[in-house]
Design a protein around this ligand. Structure first.
Ligand SMILES: CC(=O)N[C@H]1[C@@H](OP(=O)(O)OP(=O)(O)OC[C@H]2O[C@@H](n3ccc(=O)[nH]c3=O)[C@H](O)[C@@H]2O)O[C@H](CO)[C@@H](O)[C@@H]1O
Ligand SMILES: C=C(OP(=O)(O)O)C(=O)O
Length: 435
């Protein structure tokens, strides 16, 4: 288990460029399975989850070439589907949530797919009903092997259909969409997730020859085609990393510029930070965060306590709530953080309370934060990273704290943030990685 040792209390200064988006990378790399032609993808973040997914594809026989940092080609002309029956596949696929998105493309192109219950963060129940009910709606037969925890789907030829998803699942929508592009006839997906990375996936599929309309909305129409061709695709900046850097700057009172932040694709993220009183200047596609000695949380118009809550896009992404929570601990004022989507994502607040933060965990979904207004610095401590975003929230807390901290299990952070220690050290942080 690798560890970060952090010397807290330093002000940072400089430029932090966001990496390519993890969750888009996982979708579009899976989409390369839909064609026998070469697909080139750039701005791929070289993080644990993405590299593991590339290993899964290589195991399946996809010819993968790294042209330069973050730029890869994928050629899925000859696949070995027997690999799906191997122990190695089960081990690899289980280690990340994103592997679930090989199912739609494999089913559409080869008529069968299987996947073990995928892993990812331990942040609550992560059901897959939306995925498999959607694929069944396209005519697939589905079985679940409860002993091996394996999901299996088969189909001769998928057929378009109307479906109303039971929830706007991000990876579920991606899977159904990737299956529908090669189905016979028209598929209509209502209550589709429509976050920017799904819009990117849709645009990539259109470039490959798919017929999709309604992109960016929750009502997608897909007219199936016989086959798809290769394409070139560039991944957007990672909005969760952009949000993490904004939180880091505010909490440590640092002056940070985030160049090429993909501002047009951030939705209500900047406005939500502004509601915590954090100053942001949007300069072209760059975000400038000035050094701030204090930031004051707004109240609602009627004077009641602010709530920051997640919701499906264009609502606030759940992946940033841990960052909002940690930043609020040093704000002036109080806020209710309401994590509606996941049920075990707020338990890391215990560690922040140990560090001196004033937080009441009301229930697994809600925490009230009473900001310290930078009157007291948090105290450094020893902790373990429970999931990718809580891990980064704890890293931000440690960087702002007085004294030394240790964070164990930083593999969780490495899942989604590329060389975060090296990049933060370049702007003045003091983080040592101990492998
Ligand atoms: C690899 C990947 O892309 N992972 C992202 C993806 O996961 P993933 O696609 O697994 O997440 P889903 O969108 O399926 O659902 C996330 C959670 O939200 C709940 N839910 C979902 C939709 C809804 O309308 N109501 C509702 O309550 C689900 O029951 C589940 O507990 O989307 C999540 C939600 O943005 C993000 O946290 C993950 O980082
Ligand atoms: C929950 C996340 O990831 P995953 O879905 O891959 O577990 C995340 O990126 O915050």
């Amino acid at each position: 288990m690798a560890t970060f040792q952090i010397e807290g209390g330093r002000k940072l200064n400089g430029t932090l460029e966001p990496q390519g988006a993890k969750n888009e990378a996982l979708q579009v790399i899976c989409a390369s399975l839909l064609t026998s032609e070469k697909v080139t993808i750039s701005n791929i973040p070289e993080i644990r989850d993405v590299l593991k997914l590339i290993e899964v594809l290589s195991g399946l026989g996809v010819k993968t070439e790294r042209l330069s940092k973050g730029e890869y080609t994928f050629l899925a002309d000859e696949l070995n589907l027997d690999y799906l029956q191997t122990e190695q596949f089960a081990r690899q696929a289980i280690s990340l949530r994103g592997s679930i998105m090989i199912v739609g493309p494999l089913l559409a192109r080869f008529g069968k797919a299987c996947i073990p219950q995928p892993g990812g963060d331990k942040i609550g129940r992560r059901r897959l009903d939306t995925h498999f009910v959607g694929l069944q709606n396209l005519g697939a037969s589905f079985t679940y092997d409860a002993e091996k925890h394996f999901f299996n789907v088969t189909a001769n030829r998928l057929t378009g259909n109307y479906m109303l998803l039971d929830e706007a699942s991000v990876t579920g929508t991606a899977n159904i969409l990737m299956a529908a592009v090669l189905a016979k006839g028209r598929t209509t997906i209502y209550n589709a997730a429509c976050e920017p990375y799904l819009q990117q996936l849709s645009r990539m599929l259109v470039m490959m020859g798919a017929n999709i309309s309604g992109i960016g909305s929750n009502l997608l129409y897909i007219d199936g085609v016989e086959q798809l061709r290769g394409c070139n695709h560039r991944i957007l900046p990672d909005m969760i990393e952009v949000g993490s850097f904004i939180g880091l700057a505010a909490m440590t009172g640092s002056e940070i510029t985030i160049p090429n932040a993909g501002i047009d694709h951030l939705g209500i993220i900047p406005a939500s930070f502004k509601r915590l009183g954090i100053k942001l200047e949007l300069q072209g596609d760059d975000i400038f965060i000035p050094a701030q000695d204090e930031y004051e949380i707004e109240t609602f118009i009627d004077g009641s306590i602010m709530t920051i809550a997640d919701a499906p896009w264009p609502g606030l992404t759940p992946d940033l709530l841990s960052i909002f929570l940690v930043v609020a601990t040093q704000a002036k004022g109080s806020v209710l953080i309401h994590q509606k989507m996941f049920e075990s994502r707020l338990f890391f607040v215990d560690k922040l309370i140990d560090m001196g933060a004033q937080i009441i965990l009301c229930d697994p979904h809600r925490a009230t934060v009473i900001g310290l207004n930078k009157k007291f610095q948090l105290r450094g401590t020893t902790m373990s990273s429970p999931d990718i975003r809580a891990g980064v929230a704890l890293l931000i807390a440690a960087l702002s704290a007085q004294g030394k901290s240790k964070i164990f299990n930083i593999e969780q952070i490495d899942r989604g943030y590329e060389k975060i220690d090296e990049r933060l050290n370049q702007v003045g942080a003091a983080i040592t990685r101990i492998d």
